[in-house]
Design a protein around this ligand. Structure first.
Ligand SMILES: C[S@@+](CC[C@H](N)C(=O)[O-])C[C@H]1O[C@@H](n2cnc3c(N)ncnc32)[C@H](O)[C@@H]1O
Length: 378
């Protein structure tokens, strides 16, 4: 099975990103909160040329459309997603009738004119060519314009990597997608129910996070995204809002006119906070977080290889790496250590089917996606 979003969604003719937006006011508030974190107010969208790459089934696009951009183009490479966008938009004609939908991969797309704002949400996870995609996105942003991206990384995704091991153990590669969902869903649904803000369908979440081969491949992280774009873009803001900048603005001049370097430094001082969304810890030594990140990367690699080879020794190595992660995090966050230890215990006992009842691990989720906005320097 291919690891890319487009191949996987195309193979099964799915677009597993549906959301419950029956309470439209709450949906719009969530989007407004995200945009605000990113430094984008409704007035920054109204009357602007806006592009969204990888809108999926279009749930988030309705909010952006409601802000009345002068031109709004959606670039989506999945025909099933496009069909669902058209179906969804039919229910919101007051905002969506003028939206241009371009069926294309971003790598093959050339904007007729650059955009004030380009959004690309949930795409960098599950692609094997993130740098190529970033370069294609950069071309679509006009000088002075803003690019919004989201990334997920090996630390923020680590609780899902653990759930993925359980999912691998209770299913086998020959089963159909539907069968796998039927088996995995009851094990993780009680966990997902603890996320009060979750608007996404649980079955879609299972497919996208625990089955899709693209969600276990190596991920591009926040510092790597910023560094890839650093030749033309400066960091503006992030969600969550973890980047502090205590510099006196009058010092940010000449060679010191730079926002990206500070954002990368802040990421490494704060990265341990990505593992457990329930807690917020003070910054710590960036070197400790780099070691923690490496452990998560190595552990994740074992899971990716296990899915290809099914060699039990890979899970033994995963268990050893998990113990090292527990040892590190227990010293800074007791509930995080306890939750991880409970999962490790279930794996050691060879009882993956007991995942649903894991009381402490049930509420452990990472901080998932980090969003960032960047400005294209003139
Ligand atoms: C995980 S979904 C995210 C959907 C939506 N942005 C959201 O946040 O709900 C990723 C979307 O990006 C699309 N996509 C992935 N790679 C793409 C590419 N190279 N060019 C255009 N679209 C792509 C997929 O088809 C899918 O609809």
């Amino acid at each position: 099975m291919s690891a890319s979003h487009l191949d996987f969604y195309g193979q099964f003719q799915i677009s597993p990103v549906r959301q419950d937006i029956s309470d439209l006011e709450r949906h719009f508030q969530r989007r407004q909160a995200l945009y605000r974190h990113l430094g984008i107010l409704p007035e920054h969208v109204a009357g602007r040329r806006v592009c969204e790459v990888g809108p999926g089934s279009g749930y988030n696009s309705i909010y952006t459309a409601s802000l009345r951009p002068v031109y709004y183009e959606l670039v989506e490479g999945n025909p099933t997603g496009i069909a669902q966008i058209r179906e969804l938009f039919a229910g919101y004609p007051q905002w969506t009738t003028d939206i241009e939908i371009t069926p294309a991969r971003i790598e093959d797309y050339r904007a007729t004119a650059p955009f004030d704002l380009v959004f690309c949400e949930g795409v960098l996870t599950g692609v094997t060519n993130p740098e190529e995609i970033l370069n294609a996105l950069a071309l679509a942003v006009k000088p002075g314009g803003v690019l919004v991206l989201s990334c997920v990384d090996h630390l923020s995704q680590f609780p899902e990597t653990i759930r993925r091991v359980f999912a691998d153990l209770v299913t086998d590669a020959g089963q159909t997608l539907e069968r796998k969902v039927d088996i995995i869903l009851p094990l993780v649904s009680p966990h997902l129910q603890t996320l009060t803000g979750m608007s996404r369908r649980h079955d879609d979440w299972v497919i996208d996070n625990l089955i899709h081969p693209g969600s276990i491949i190596p991920l591009i992280n926040f510092p790597e995204v910023i560094a890839t774009l650093a030749h033309e873009f400066q960091f503006l803001a992030s969600s969550p809002h973890f980047v502090q900048d205590w510099r006196w603005y009058k010092d940010i001049v000449g060679e010191r006119y730079d926002f990206s370097h500070n954002a990368i430094e802040q990421y490494w001082a704060q990265a341990h906070n990505l593992m457990d969304y329930r807690v917020s810890m003070p910054p710590r030594d960036p070197a400790a977080n780099m070691r923690l990140y490496d452990l998560c990367t190595e552990a994740r690699l074992r899971v990716e290889r296990f899915e290809q080879r099914r060699e039990p020794s890979l899970l033994v190595e995963f268990g050893e790496l998990l113990e090292a992660i527990i040892a590190d995090l227990s010293s800074v966050s007791v509930p995080t250590g306890a939750a991880l230890s409970e999962a490790a215990q279930l794996l050691r006992a060879g009882t993956p089917e007991k995942l649903a009842g894991a009381g402490m691990f049930a509420t452990l989720f990472g901080r998932g996606m980090q969003y960032l906005s960047l400005t294209r320097e003139g």
